[in-house]
Design a protein around this ligand. Structure first.
Ligand SMILES: [Zn+2]
Length: 436
């Protein structure tokens, strides 16, 4: 499997983002076989060339925006970017089986560390040989660190430099997560892309608190990085195959965002996430937080904006140089009867659809649209039949995944910016589906 990914090495050496922070385990661990770039030791007497794996490759960029077309290779397969990651909170993308996810051409799913840690618990998942086996998904999995949920769901949190102590929201049991424990948990889950533990501050947030919090997030990121390196050096339980993304914080303050981004980039992660967005801020502030951060991020690493967003927001974020997205909207809104279309969302509960024999969206090739009418799906939703929410979920996920497919193809053709403007202009319900 590894051999298939082997590429010829190049001798151009000076890759941005390597420098003194290069992780030795990448050079000495089992990843050598998949090397496709080289790294020249700057201080070497003889210019030794150490092979390093680059798991992200850009194939096209847009001329009129910062949109990028790339491919991220993981131990469980490749992810074409820009990519949408369906959210499998409890080890399941709500209402959809892994077989259906594959039929939808989903290339990666997201698992929530906090939820799986609380229930069923790590011992159970360990007995099943990790999250891939447990949920029967053999594609890539990204896990968050659990930080976001600890700060948004758990009770009685006590944050110290060491980590976070909390009571979970299910049975109130006490638990403690440190940066090191967050890495151990994600390793046990068998995640392909792991995230550093961060503190996600609420919106709005006082400057001083945001500053102290972002600095602590950086110190936590360094501890995650160190634990990851140690695990990689010993190739502990296959952990050398996973990637680690650092998370930029800094709330809605330009200097804090830039400082956080620089400090996280200096640690040299496999990819970079922008956290602390989609926390209730207006869309303009969210876009500004991304715009401040993006120029600091190295071009040759994937960028992931966490917890976003609506279809127009995703295109706007792609235009601002972002590559990866996760959002609960397609599955969450399906459960109240809301479907995404190119002209905006429609709520199939509305009486206007009672006799509507059209599919949810004309020309859509998803199973729900090929086989069922709006009128029938409306009936199912009104009667609280499970099939109704499943059909809308399948359509909504298809819509999001297909939008990314279109975006990739438009970047390749050099027409992404026109596509984005046309799509955003056509999409009428922008404000109706703001992220919670
Ligand atoms: Zn459809």
């Amino acid at each position: 499997m590894r051999a298939e990914k082997t590429r010829a090495t190049s001798d151009d050496g000076n890759r941005k983002g390597t420098g003194s922070h290069m992780r030795l385990y990448l050079a000495t661990g089992p990843k050598i076989a998949s090397t496709k770039q080289t790294f020249v030791i700057p201080s070497g007497v003889e210019e030794s060339v150490i092979e390093m794996q680059t798991t992200f490759e850009l194939s096209a960029t847009d001329r009129h925006s910062k949109a990028r077309r790339g491919c991220l290779t993981t131990a469980h397969g490749a992810i074409d970017t820009p990519a949408f990651m369906p959210v499998g909170t409890q080890g399941s993308v709500k209402g959809v089986s892994p077989r259906e996810l594959r039929e939808l051409h989903a290339q990666i799913v997201l698992g929530n560390t906090y939820h799986l840690f609380v229930r069923p618990g790590l011992d159970v998942i360990k007995r099943f040989g990790g999250l891939h086996n447990f949920m029967n998904w053999n594609g890539p999995i990204l896990t968050d660190s659990g930080g976001y949920q600890i700060f948004s769901l758990a009770k009685l949190r006590k944050i110290t430099e060491e980590g976070v102590e909390f009571q979970n929201h299910i049975d109130g049991a006490r638990a403690f997560i440190s940066p090191e424990i967050a890495m151990e948990i994600q390793m046990l889950l068998g995640s392909d892309i792991t995230m550093t533990l961060d503190e996600c501050v609420p919106y709005p947030c006082e400057y001083d608190y945001a500053a102290q919090s972002a600095e602590m997030t950086t110190r936590w990121a360094k501890r995650c990085w160190e634990r990851n390196r140690r695990n990689g050096e010993t190739a502990k339980r296959g952990f050398a195959d996973s990637m680690l993304f650092g998370i930029v914080q800094g709330a809605m303050f330009e200097d804090l965002r830039k400082a956080s981004a620089q400090a996280i980039v200096d640690l040299d992660f496999d990819g970079y996430a922008i956290g602390g967005v989609s926390v209730g801020e207006p869309e303009e502030e969210m876009m500004r937080a991304v715009e401040w951060t993006e120029p600091v991020l190295p071009v040759n690493k994937p960028r992931y904006t966490m917890g976003l967003g609506t279809p127009p927001q995703l295109l706007e974020l792609i235009a601002r140089g972002m590559d990866m997205f996760d959002c609960v909207l397609p599955t969450r809104l399906a459960r109240n009867g809301t479907a995404f279309t190119a002209t905006g969302t429609v709520n199939l509960k509305n009486a206007e659809f009672i006799l509507d024999k059209n599919p949810i969206e004309k020309n859509c090739v998803c199973d729900a649209c090929r086989e069922f009418s709006r009128g029938y799906i409306r009936h199912l939703i009104k009667a609280e039949e499970i099939l109704g929410l499943r059909l809308i979920t399948l359509h909504n996920l298809h819509f999001y995944l297909n939008l990314m497919n279109q975006a990739r193809s438009e970047v390749e053709k050099g027409t992404f910016d026109q596509f984005r403007k046309a799509f955003v202009a056509e999409y009428k319900t922008r404000d109706a589906v703001m992220v919670e």
